[in-house]
Design a protein around this ligand. Structure first.
Ligand SMILES: [Zn+2]
Ligand SMILES: [Zn+2]
Length: 164
């Protein structure tokens, strides 16, 4: 499962692909394109992939859509990236994983996957009886999940998780 440079096609021009890539765990950063000297946003790498490349001293390939070229990010940018990764780890430690769940959108009545909450956040929201907001990408709408969905969620927490 070697992670090579991402296929530029995926982020080329399609706007529909953008929403999709947001769902995946990626760590966006900017790198200066040596051809046009513009700061280009890079979002084809996951934090884990970046960490590995940094640790092993492998080049991290950045891409410029405008110039259609790849280049290895500079030493300075690597240092910045390492710092950002360290900060990122504080925010979302390995114990605090995102717990995906679904909630029915009141507008389109479809089950919408929710992946914005960590287990810790959900647990405290459930415990404190606070509203848990869900979001539908299609309708661009927020709503509070229903009591029934809350109890389903609470159940996923109570028994010892068997899936490892
Ligand atoms: Zn460029
Ligand atoms: Zn909807």
């Amino acid at each position: 499962m070697a992670t090579k440079a991402p296929v530029p096609d995926a982020w080329g021009s399609g706007e529909g692909a953008a929403a999709n890539s947001l769902m995946r765990e990626s760590m966006p950063f900017t790198s200066t394109c040596p051809t046009c000297a513009a700061q280009q946003l890079q979002h084809g790498f996951s934090p884990a992939a970046l960490q590995r490349l940094l640790q092993d001293g492998h080049p991290i390939e950045a891409y410029c859509v405008m110039c259609d070229r790849f280049w290895p990010v500079g030493m300075r940018e690597r240092v910045d990236l390492a710092k950002a990764l360290a900060a990122n780890e504080d925010l979302a430690g390995p114990v605090d994983e995102t717990i995906p769940f679904t909630s029915v959108c009141p507008k389109c009545f479809e089950e919408q996957p929710q992946q914005r909450y960590s287990g810790t956040a959900l647990r405290s929201l459930l415990k404190g009886d606070h509203a848990i907001e869900a979001y539908c990408v299609k309708c661009d709408a927020f709503w509070d999940i229903s009591p029934r969905e809350r109890s389903v969620l609470a159940k996923t927490f109570s028994p010892a998780p068997t899936d490892e």
